[in-house]
Design a protein around this ligand. Structure first.
Ligand SMILES: *Cc1c(COP(=O)(O)O)cnc(C)c1O
Length: 817
């Protein structure tokens, strides 16, 4: 798009007058944010309509990414960059006496996700639009997204994320496309005019699903795809009878209950929720989305649903949307007169499933009574899917009851959503090579045996538009200066940087950019949290959800270990380091919250101990989210990717770090394995047990953490400080629980479930190697630089191309502007 500055200014003035009755002098920063976004949205609309027409005209196959989470972050800067008018708009604002960054900071994050899984969905949408593929998102318009985290007295405190407090200029409400979703009631059979048996649900609660469309703007292309998010409203929930009886509160209460469905995102990442409302959310948005797709199919192609998979492919992001499978059966059979076999044929050619985790607690299961009460007809269909599947299994494995029970979709009073997905989907993929390998050889071996053709790997990726071009404009410009443009849509071109890896001038320039980013982050943290950090120290960063398997606890124990050594050993003079943490803990995850308190308690002690002479600084960056991540990755020297091997399915934070020139210290887990493959083991710091080794120890039940405490008295001393009053802050019992979990095991768990003590020595060793490497400035610069050059594989563009060729089989549709 070409920007006409005077027209743009005039449009902003008109918008301010029309919407706020203000002129430029009276407008505040938020007014300006809203006006700029609205004016840009006008231009987006033109391309959006053209894209839709183009897809319609060509009657192409389209992909729908169903996900309970889309962690989009902010839209304005991304859309301006993808549109190619960010610089122009920055100049316009300057001429109007507004600073672009301060306007940008007015936009709340669309935090409609927990972490990696939701952010992956957002990166995928960006790549689909940029690569001109017809691929769209379907999800929930949560009124409250991921909670806002404050740290108070060292503890995490959660506040509601009221991101829609002002209107969202990037969404369009489509009341005309509302559909009804039913809950509860009774499934009854009736004989149709054709003599066939049909089911309908009577006495159900009726919820209205209203879609809001958000444009997904491709980079340097007119393509604009769609993210459609559903809001729950209740039309008959406002009980007029109750109202007339002057029971106003009760009348409204019913409405509130119905509308609670899209009220709030569950803040659990890879953990159990097990709540009825969560199942309601899942059925709500998948049913609405499928009704939307079925209606569109009928408009475009009539009622021959055998052709449905020629025009539609649906990717299920984890098990959260898997209830779509029986819902599609219901729509085809009960509402479109199809028989079971025909409907099943359509379903099994339409759906594909992505597995995101092997953590047992994250495999979704719903108690039958809850499921059946909420979705009586859907439950019947799940039972029938399972009955037919079990018949097949009995023929394949006669007499092998154990296997049959293991694989039954319904068992132990629960519905196993992952099993339902594997049976019905034509593709099941893991998200990194190691993860897929573990799925195939351990977690899902039974399934690979009967459906070998379904299993495949799609290593995750991240979009370089947001994570490099937008977040780190200085590095982006540097790259373009060295290798020319083109990498923005073809990231493997970064390999062309390698020829500069020994050019001292280029490396100096590269490190100067890192330094400027560190200065900017330091200024931001001073302003927002009033902490002072030294941009000349190593910025060693661990930012991700707080989870035991991610081992933030090992990181802070190592810092305590360094601190002790500084106090005890006068000859020990480590390279100054700033350890930065950012992490939200699920509100009900007590141990994760204790770890946050521990990090803050240690920070308080170490940061204020003059004997440390600022060789260690610890910062807990509050409220980690996409917009904060955009400030942290560009300023990082060290990327902490230290999960217990075999537990992190992929990780995507690791990729954002690499792209921005941080060096990984990590285990051979998830996509770290592939990062090392790309950059070379000499350009990363790898430590710890491998997934294989851990599997063997697990199988032999031979782990004894006590052994490691005896071998390393300094580690034992660090652990003792958790309980001996060293970090006395009224939180001793919290730290006692952490201590017990490592040393004795609590609540029936064995001690140190995540092998922190087993990996500790090798972590310390890797840290020391890293510190030494950092002292050689030139060698470090080269290493960081080579990480950027080798990061091409981790573009979500590559991931999307893999999905397109292996699963979706879409054609590129180039939109005429
Ligand atoms: C990328 C990202 C994540 C995922 O980080 P991992 O280290 O892969 O767990 C989580 N949250 C935000 C805000 C992100 O941008």
């Amino acid at each position: 798009m070409k920007l006409n500055k005077e027209e743009f200014k005039e449009a902003i003035r008109a918008r301010l007058k029309r919407h706020y009755g203000k002129d430029l002098e009276e407008a505040n920063k938020h007014d300006i944010y809203d006006a700029v976004s609205t004016v840009v949205m006008d231009h987006v609309q033109t391309n959006w309509m053209a894209t839709r027409k183009m897809y319609g005209k060509n009657q192409v196959k389209q992909m729908y990414y169903m996900s309970a989470e889309f962690l989009m972050g902010r839209a304005m800067s991304n859309n301006l960059v993808n549109f190619g008018i960010k610089e122009g708009v920055t100049e316009v604002l300057k001429e109007l006496n507004f600073d672009y960054t301060s306007i940008e900071d007015e936009e709340p994050d669309a935090g409609l996700g927990n972490g990696g899984l939701g952010r992956l969905a957002a990166c995928f949408l960006d790549s689909l639009a940029t690569l001109d593929y017809p691929g769209h998102g379907y999800g929930i318009r949560y009124q409250y997204g991921m909670f806002e985290q404050h740290i108070e007295n060292g503890y995490q405190v959660e506040y509601p994320d009221n991101w829609l407090k002002h209107r969202d200029p990037w969404e369009i409400k489509r009341s005309d496309l509302a559909v009804k979703v039913l809950f509860g009631g009774t499934a009854v059979a009736e004989t149709g005019e054709d003599g066939n048996l049909r089911y309908k649900v009577i006495g159900a609660e009726e919820i209205t699903a209203v879609p809001y469309d958000v444009p997904v703007v491709g980079f340097d292309t007119p393509s604009v795809n769609r993210l459609r998010l559903w809001e729950a409203i209740s039309e008959n929930g406002f009980d007029l009878q109750l109202f007339n009886d002057m029971q106003y509160m009760r009348a409204v209460e019913r409405q509130n209950n119905a509308e609670n469905i899209s009220r709030v995102l569950y803040p659990n990442d890879s953990g159990p929720s097990g709540k009825t409302l969560r199942l309601k959310q899942q059925y709500f948005f998948t049913s609405a989305s499928l009704q939307d797709l079925v209606a569109k199919f009928k408009r475009d192609h009539g009622t021959d649903f055998s052709k449905f998979p020629d025009y539609n492919v649906i990717q299920l992001n984890d098990t959260h949307p898997v209830v779509a499978i029986p819902e599609m059966m219901r729509l085809l059979m009960d509402e479109n007169d199809m028989g079971w076999e025909e409907a099943w044929d359509v379903v099994t050619r339409t759906f594909a499933y992505t597995n995101h985790t092997i953590l047992a607690e994250a495999l979704e299961k719903w108690p039958i009574d809850i499921f059946e009460g909420l979705l009586p007809r859907i439950y019947q269909i799940v039972e029938e899917i399972n009955r037919r599947f079990m018949t097949e299994l009995r023929e394949k494995f006669p007499g092998n009851w154990e296997k049959q029970n293991r694989m039954s979709i319904i068992g132990d009073g629960m519905i196993r959503m992952a099993w339902l997905a594997i049976v019905a989907c034509f593709s099941v993929n893991g998200v990194a090579a190691l993860h897929t390998e573990i799925l195939k050889t351990v977690e899902l071996v039974d399934w690979v045996e009967i459906y070998p053709e379904k299993f495949n790997n799609k290593t995750n990726g991240v979009t370089q538009r947001r994570w490099l071009l937008c977040a780190n404009p200085k590095l982006a410009e540097f790259i373009t200066n060295k290798i020319g443009p083109g990498w923005e849509k073809d990231l493997v071109q970064l390999r062309k940087l390698e020829k500069f890896a020994d050019d001292p001038k280029v490396l100096d320039e590269f490190m100067e950019i890192k330094h400027q980013n560190k200065v900017a982050l330091a200024a931001y943290l001073k302003e927002t949290q009033n902490v002072i950090i030294d941009p000349d120290s190593i910025f060693d960063v661990q930012i991700k959800r707080l989870h035991e398997y991610k081992r933030q606890l090992m990181n802070i124990l190592h810092i305590m270990y360094m601190y002790n050594r500084i106090l005890e050993d006068p000859s020990y003079d480590p390279v100054p380091r700033t350890f930065i943490f950012g992490a939200k803990a699920a509100s009900g995850y007590r141990r994760a919250k204790s770890i946050i308190k521990l990090i803050n308690t240690v920070a308080d002690r170490v940061n204020n101990d003059h004997r440390v002479k600022d060789r260690i600084k610890i910062v807990f960056a509050e409220n980690y989210r996409v917009s904060l991540a955009e400030k942290l990755f560009p300023a990082s020297d060290v990327s902490e990717q230290i999960s217990t091997a075999g537990k992190e399915a992929s990780g995507t934070g690791n990729m954002k770090f690499m792209m921005n020139g941080a060096v990984t210290i990590g285990t051979m887990d998830g996509a770290n394995v592939e990062i090392v493959e790309e950059v070379g083991a000499e350009n990363a710091f790898i430590f710890g047990l491998t997934a294989d080794e851990i599997q063997k120890i697990d199988a032999a039940h031979s782990y004894n953490p006590q052994e490691y405490l005896e071998k390393n008295p300094k580690l034992a001393a660090v652990l003792n400080q958790l309980v001996d009053g060293t970090y006395n802050s009224g939180a001793l019992s919290l730290f006692r629980e952490l201590y017990d979990s490592l040393v004795f095991g609590v609540e029936g768990q064995r001690p140190d479930v995540y092998y922190i003590l087993a990996d500790f020595d090798s972590y310390v060793e890797a840290q020391e190697k890293l510190a030494k490497a950092y002292s050689d400035k030139r060698a470090w610069a080269k290493m960081a630089f080579l990480n950027v050059a080798a990061s091409g594989k981790f573009s979500s563009d590559r991931t999307i191309e893999d999905y397109v060729s292996g699963i979706w089989h879409l054609k590129k549709i180039v939109v005429e502007p």
